[in-house]
Design a protein around this ligand. Structure first.
Ligand code: HEM
Length: 545
């Protein structure tokens, strides 16, 4: 989901930073104090945790570059295509953990698997916060705590996660799994029909807009599975909402200087207004087409789907966050207010964007690795008795190569783990980390470093995940993170992407319609107006189901 963050200083913002630096020498002096890596005196350290009368251990933060006034070390990151490359380079100088100040925000970057585990697991409760970016508030109705992925940890968050568990992690013998399987079969069939029409209408060798169709398919899987509702491919309103979700997903995967330099906000005013209206339009659509209908027909004791389950948690309409906190010690008394229900549904429905984008990346990789596509198609042929039937969700365990292709796409796309924030004074690797410090977990290093993956680390090779015909994932491969804030949608990602990719390749060969397909580094998202793809129908594909 929802799941990453970068900051490239855009040129307009860069100019503003420069002029701000040039103009304001007074600001420089005061900002210098604000941007320096926190140096806490022994006296402050005493108040931060040691008992009176005991000689305080000197505060000892991780080493790191000294930031400039106002911008801190943002300029170091601007030199690379993605900031995680800068983090990997800086780790060669400062080690597996280092401090860096971005704007005036104290940050720590953790580079090795051992230390990433310390942050996410051993000290998970200390690092349950999220960055306080204004952009996040704007996206989520003025309060980022409305969002499951961008809120700080709380009992409410624990409850929201637990309510969704059965739907996000459907067990093989559960009603949810059966529903998902059925939905995937029917939605992938409809996608193939749609793509066949588009391909027939396209001039020979010309690419089609695969992304829009695949995003619509994924969105329908989610609304069908979670809300028992689906929308036609020619439904313009739905098409617009799918596009808005995708634009938000792309935006959330970008980073902006304003995240760390909030005084740049005037430059971004129009963009922020746009983000706000995108979110509002999506929520209005969800209320109008899904929630209103569910509320008028639901039976609280007999929920039909995830939407009913969420609505059945709705307490008194006047219920607010405080009630939820008060009820949190009794698991039977979870109660959500209207906003919690609406935003939780929006968050989960929005998960389709992450999957659609991941699938586009997989297709992009396959266009330049036709032998991988041929291997998948051979696996499909064997499992479906010479393509005499469509691929179904239940085939997943018998198709390790297809599964491995998705893992390899996840590895190379290397979606960054959303930064965590220390919610208390704590330590990592013996270094002190102050409450409020933002922590970047460099899983880009874990995903592409030859130290972990050997000389061919940058080659797209699904076979690296297969040993003796079985999927084997190294423990340092954590595309969905780990610990109490790990991704809630990872099983849905595995299930939905498996059936969609296999169905696509059972029915079509994919190839590029342009010379070079550019897949952004360290980011699952591809731009909303993505590369076009040539689909060639396969003669051996099964008839429509
Ligand atoms: C390509 C697909 C996806 C990738 C690579 C991905 C990855 C991630 C990562 C790295 C995190 C941050 C974990 C952390 O901070 O430690 C995350 C959080 C989250 N993801 Fe995903 N995700 C994907 C798809 C989904 C989908 C489909 C859903 C929902 C259906 C989803 C729901 C969430 C939620 C709710 C969180 C926040 C959990 C929390 O903070 O408590 N994700 N995801």
């Amino acid at each position: 989901m929802a799941d990453s963050l970068f900051f490239r200083i855009k040129s307009k913002a860069q100019r503003l930073v420069r002029s701000h630096l040039a103009k304001s020498s007074a600001a420089k002096a005061s900002a210098a104090a604000a941007t320096a890596v926190p140096v806490v005196t022994p006296a402050a350290a005493t108040s931060a945790g040691t008992s009176a009368g005991v000689v305080a251990k000197p505060w000892s933060p991780p080493p790191g570059p000294v930031g400039w006034p106002v911008i801190g070390s943002l300029h170091l990151l601007g030199q690379y295509e993605v900031p995680f490359e800068a983090f990997s380079e800086l780790s060669k100088i400062y080690g597996d953990i280092f401090s860096i100040t971005l704007g005036s925000t104290p940050c720590v970057v953790v580079n090795s698997f051992k230390l990433i585990k310390e942050v996410l697991i051993t000290k998970g409760p200390h690092f349950g916060g999220r960055p306080n970016f204004i952009r996040y508030d704007i996206l989520f109705g003025g309060d980022r705590d409305n969002s499951l992925a961008l809120c700080d940890w709380s009992y409410l968050q624990r409850d929201r996660r637990s309510i969704a568990r059965h739907w996000c992690h459907p067990r093989v013998d559960s009603m949810q799994f059966d529903t998902l399987s059925r939905v995937l079969t029917s939605e992938s069939d409809l996608m193939v029909n749609e793509l066949s029409l588009m391909t027939a209408a396209a001039a020979a060798g010309k690419g089609i807009d695969l992304k829009t169709t695949m995003m619509t398919m994924c969105a329908n899987v989610f609304t069908h599975y979670m809300c028992s509702t689906r929308f036609d491919y020619n439904n313009k309103e739905f098409g617009k909402v799918v596009r808005l979700f995708d634009q938000i997903f792309w935006d959330i995967n970008q980073g902006y200087a304003v995240d760390f330099l909030p005084w740049l906000m005037p430059v971004y005013r129009r963009h922020m207004q746009q983000l706000k209206s995108w979110g509002t339009d999506i929520r209005q659509f969800i209320v109008k087409t899904i929630i209103d209908e569910h509320r008028s027909t639901m039976d609280v004791n007999n929920p039909r789907d995830f939407t009913d389950v969420l609505l059945s948690q709705l307490g008194n309409e006047k219920n607010n966050g405080e009630n939820v906190q008060a009820a949190d010690h009794n698991d039977n008394e979870k109660q959500l207010d209207w906003n919690h229900v609406l935003y939780e549904l929006e968050d989960f429905l929005g998960g389709h964007s992450a999957i659609g984008n991941l699938l586009m990346r997989a297709v992009g990789e396959l266009c330049s690795s036709p032998h991988v596509m041929a291997n998948i198609q051979e696996e499909i042929r064997k499992v479906t008795c010479d393509n005499s039937r469509p691929v179904v969700l239940e085939d997943r365990p018998s198709m390790p190569y297809t599964e491995a292709t998705i893992l390899e796409t996840l590895r190379l796309s290397s979606s960054p783990i959303v930064p965590h924030v220390a919610m208390q004074n704590t330590s990592v690797a013996g270094y002190d980390v102050q409450e409020g410090t933002m922590v970047f977990l460099n899983n880009y290093e874990l995903n592409i470093s030859p130290d972990y993956w050997g000389d061919q680390a940058l080659t797209f090779d699904p076979a690296r995940f297969i040993i003796q015909g079985k999927i084997v994932k190294p423990e340092y491969f954590i595309p969905f993170s780990t610990g109490k804030r790990a991704c809630m949608g990872y099983r849905l990602v595995q299930h939905v992407s498996f059936v969609t990719l296999a169905t696509l390749l059972q029915n079509f060969d994919v190839s590029a319609s342009e010379d070079v397909i550019h897949l952004p580094k360290a980011c699952v998202a591809v731009p909303p107006d993505a590369f076009r793809v040539v689909l060639t129908p396969r003669p051996s594909a099964p008839a429509s189901y």
